[in-house]
Design a protein around this ligand. Sequence first.
Ligand code: FSO
Ligand code: SF4
Length: 544
Amino acid sequence: MFCFQCQETVKNQGCTVRGVCGKTEETANLMDLLIHVLKGASLYGEKVIEKGGFGLSYGRFFSDALFATLTNTNFDPSRITSLIDKAFKIRDELKAKAGDASREISHDSALWSAGSEGDLLPKAGMVGVLATENPDIRSLRELLIYGLKGIAAYAHHAMVLGFEDEEIYRFLVEALAATTRDLPADDLVGLVMKAGQTAVTTMALLDKANTTTYGSPEITKVNLGAGKNPGILVSGHDLKDLEELLEQTKGSGVDVYTHGEMLPAHSYPFFKKYPNLVGNYGGSWWHQREEFEAFGGPILMTTNCIVPVKETYLDRIFTTGTAGYPGAKHIPDRSNGKAKDFSGIIALARTCPAPQQLEGGEIIGGLAHDQVLSLADKVVDAVKSGAIKRFVVMAGCDGRHKDRDYFTRVAEQLPEDAVILTAGCAKYRYNKLGLGDIGGIPRVLDAGQCNDSYSLAVIALKLKEVFGLDDINKLPVSFDIAWYEQKAVAVLLALLALGIKGIRLGPTLPAFLSPNVAKVLVEKFDIKPVTTPEADVAAIMAGN
Ligand code: FSO
Ligand code: SF4
């Protein structure tokens, strides 16, 4: 196996034996095969698009299959094998639809035949990341594919709520197809930039899906303690799963707690109507082994991030949607417009003890674009009077890397006239520090999940308009982004597409950036690695 798609890859070079994430060699190889067959299907997909008949259902498949290969989403080899089988089927359907045009296609990913896992696995080494020999072309192809995985995840979340845009699906297909061609580096850079624009469109669509369905998030205090009833812990990013679970647990005596990236659900007006949505339990994803053990009741993983499951709670963990883990029960998808059936997880909860209390108190969330813009006058006055000197966007992911302590120390060391804008699980590095407020404006403005990073762009663009600036980079805003998986890659490309320069990225630069590709990003966009909290805080406050 060879995988270097996330920030925790071994020695910041590549996982070659087993993923640090827990991905086995078999699953990693199956994922490489899946991507390869998707590339083959995309070549016919392009021809069908040219003829004008692609349609949403194929797009949905491409998006869901890409999402399944995102870090920490699906560890189950049997589910990846089923996706490969389906990819072959879809490839053949697209080939038939392409008709005569399909004769022009000769790439090996298009010519492979469906086979059993045993036939296919030996081929994995021929088609993975290292199959591209030129390090710069490999770097650009993988940067593009990781951006696509992030876009696919966001498109999937919007689709679940009934919001789709065929243009986004078409881009997934066209970009996958482009990675099979001998394109010059400049063309690949162009596609990477187009991925950034598509990431903006997709995140805007997801924002519309979330706010149309659940209302605009509003400032909310979220309880961190545990109650006396048995509970179900919901993790991942899928709000529709949470909605259906809350409907089905209503009045049952079973409480529901959010975990990790599900925390922002508390701030949507829609979810406030459920008295049994009682609080948030624990911290960011990588603490889950201890926290899930202490929780004592069932856990529903709706998406990433899953950490290898301990035997002690394997019988209490359920996956659904794109998420998967061998040995964990999987709750099937909706069919015929009916809700998912959560009766099994609810029945198990009734037999479990109440959660052990981990901590007490409250945290504040719900500072997405509408809520922040409703405070715009206050914010503008605070900037004009000098009460707020700088906004620091510290969005992104948390992770196990010890150097991520950097983000806590930056938050602690920023002067009291600096405000942190955040989204994603990176916030758990500093959202319980009690950083106070500036004239009623919290110093940590939490816009929500990593899926809500678009909110931060809306806020920045609004500030640019209010201050009458011609360039977003003239705002008193600095970007100090924590990345881990491929949604963060999509967010980064989106920020670049919006013209934002001088982004700090940590805790390390991606292993998949070759020295030459990294150089291009530095020269074109002034991207820089984080250094020390002291030096970076000084530079940020000086506007550098
Ligand atoms: Fe965190 Fe995991 Fe949301 Fe990522 S839960 S790390 S950016 O997969 O998805 O922020
Ligand atoms: Fe390694 Fe990350 Fe790939 Fe997992 S996802 S195998 S940790 S690079």
